[in-house]
Design a protein around this ligand. Structure first.
Ligand code: 8DG
Length: 138
């Protein structure tokens, strides 16, 4: 049986967080998530997230801290969500997504999130309110 971690990134820049709309598979297509993917064997969660954000969006980012919560997506696959900061690049939906959107604190519930992702929105709101994050600094 598969025993993997999938890491999503709450990518923060200039007081906003990035939401990405999935294009596949059909069960989740159209819903919004924190972009990321599965950790490869031997990778840390941070490494996996930074690699996935580059592959999926073409950006360089740094994982900052895991947000509270872990969820079983399906047997043997566990989801974690990390806060991350944008280092360089302009996120583009290169694979797995049809659209990306930066959301400010008042817009966090404007998109139709996957259910697990919705649970971390209070923590994301707190990060956006922290001036050192809101300004885009480490
Ligand atoms: N990436 C990501 N997946 C999520 C989130 N929330 C959530 O329920 N999932 C679910 C959707 C998928 O069924 C499952 C696996 O994630 P994934 O689709 O990104 O991984 P993948 O199969 O594309 O694998 P990979 O080869 O791209 O690493 O996790 C989230 O915030 N980010």
């Amino acid at each position: 049986m598969e025993n993997r971690i999938v890491v999503g990134g709450a990518l923060i820049h200039c007081g906003r967080v990035l939401a990405a709309r999935r294009s596949a598979p059909p069960e989740v297509a159209g819903s919004w998530e924190f972009p990321g993917g599965k950790a490869e064997p031997g990778e840390t969660e941070e490494q996996a997230l930074e690699r996935e954000l580059y592959e999926e969006l073409g950006v360089h980012a740094r994982a900052l801290e895991p947000l509270p919560g872990r969820w079983t997506v399906r047997a043997g696959l566990e989801l974690r969500i990390w806060a991350a900061e944008l280092l360089s690049g302009d996120p583009r939906p290169l694979q797995d997504h049809s659209e990306v959107r930066w959301l400010g604190p008042a817009e966090l519930t404007d998109v139709d999130w996957l259910e697990h992702d919705r649970e971390v929105l209070p923590y994301v709101a707190r990060l956006l309110a922290a001036p050192e994050r809101a300004a885009g600094h480490a």
